[in-house]
Design a protein around this ligand. Structure first.
Ligand SMILES: Cc1ncc(COP(=O)(O)O)c(C=O)c1O
Length: 372
């Protein structure tokens, strides 16, 4: 570690910091929650985009890692993590060729499928290399983004079973539309309801094929809720590691006005760079540093907690006051909980890992830009 970079206060902003104590608490909590319920955790790396963090999740007890894209899986594999589930469909010939090349290096690699055409292409490409591969049937449980409609899911499963080099391992059923429902009870009822068709499909597939042992689902917002489902075998949660303002604002079982299970490990550090206006100051984090999606970023410095951040163009943000809280002077570094962690992380090259006011490590965001 560079000797000149030992304190948070020395960092050039805007930059991303990870509070190691909160991060490890989040890792331990999700791991304990799933283990207590007799389930597995396969966290999603689309959130943190960092092989060092993925390794930490594996060391904490995760059985594998999810990626959204082939290029993320390639990067994880280069970093020595081979037990990967790709949760998005891979449909073109050239991308399937990359997938098969990766499978040759990583026998435990799994991918989801939701259409007969790519299933045929994958089987042919694997056959050319003399390989087999594990697949999950992606079932659409109401997000209507990817996944086979439940009504034709068994037909598609039969199509997979017709290919001897594809091993049907089970299903994926990600209810993204439920994750940020504010009311805990509505989220609970909604998630259980929309996963019902997937439960029926999973049971039917288990009766058809003994290899069907995986029911992979859920995100941070419904993690505790979905663990009640006996058929579910593993959680795919991602955001719980870092957390963001959007998630912190949803209700939980204990408190319907905030999400109490996981803490804000991820912080965006930004400096006050201009104080020449009445009523607001300008900071150096704008659209290029803080993705505009989800909720309003939250300032967490205790002395400035009542102030509000708003975007002020590509490079800047505006901090406005509220009542008695004084404006931060020029040069002040503010710590913000990001609006939506995943796309904000994808804007940076590294995390500064902190404990209290000290920087204890830097971790490369090495899956950054892996969107293919
Ligand atoms: C397929 C899939 N699984 C799991 C997740 C993780 O969800 P979360 O970040 O809400 O925990 C996502 C996030 O978008 C996803 O797309």
């Amino acid at each position: 570690m560079n000797d000149t970079l030992q304190r948070k206060a020395d960092l050039d902003t805007p930059c991303l910091a990870l509070d190691l104590d909160i991060l490890d608490q989040n890792l331990r909590k999700m791991q304990a929650l799933t283990q207590r319920a007799g389930k597995h955790l396969r966290p999603h790396a689309k959130t943190h985009k960092c092989s060092t963090l993925a390794r930490r999740q594996m060391e904490a007890g995760a059985i594998g890692i999810c990626t959204a894209k082939v290029s993320e899986a390639e990067a994880l594999c280069r970093a020595g993590i081979a037990n990967i589930l790709i949760t998005g469909p891979v449909v073109t010939k050239q991308k399937i060729a990359r997938l098969v090349a990766l499978r040759a290096k990583a026998p435990a690699l799994m991918v989801v499928v939701d259409h007969p055409g790519p299933i045929d292409l994958l089987s042919t490409a694997l056959g050319d290399q003399g390989l087999t591969m594990d697949v999950l049937l992606d079932v659409d449980v109401g997000l209507h983004r990817t996944g086979v409609p439940p009504s034709i899911a068994i037909n598609l499963a039969d199509h997979i079973l017709d290919h001897s080099n594809l091993r049907l391992r089970g299903i994926q059923a990600y209810a993204g539309q439920m994750q940020h429902v504010r009311s805990y009870n509505e989220r609970k009822n909604g998630s259980h309801q929309c996963l019902q068709p997937a439960i029926g499909i999973f049971r039917a597939l288990q009766a058809k094929a003994p290899t069907c042992t995986v029911f992979s689902a859920s995100g941070t917002g419904t993690s505790d809720i979905d663990l009640d489902i006996p058929e579910l075998t593993e959680l795919q949660a991602g955001s719980y590691v870092c957390m963001d303002a959007e998630y912190l604002a949803i209700g939980s079982a204990e408190d319907n006005s905030r999400f109490t299970a996981f803490g804000p490990a991820l912080r965006l550090l930004t400096t006050v760079v201009s104080v020449n206006q009445d009523g607001y100051v300008t900071v150096d984090a704008g659209l290029k540093a803080l993705y505009r999606d989800g909720a309003v970023p939250q300032i967490i410095n205790p002395e400035y907690a009542g102030l509000r951040y708003d975007w002020f163009g590509d490079e800047y943000g505006r901090i406005t006051g509220s009542g008695s809280v004084g404006m931060p002077p020029l040069g002040t570094v503010l710590e913000l909980v990001t609006s939506h962690c995943d796309p904000t992380i994808n804007l940076f090259d590294r995390y500064y890992v902190t404990q209290g006011s000290k920087i204890v490590d830097t971790w490369s965001i090495d899956l950054r830009g892996c969107s293919q």
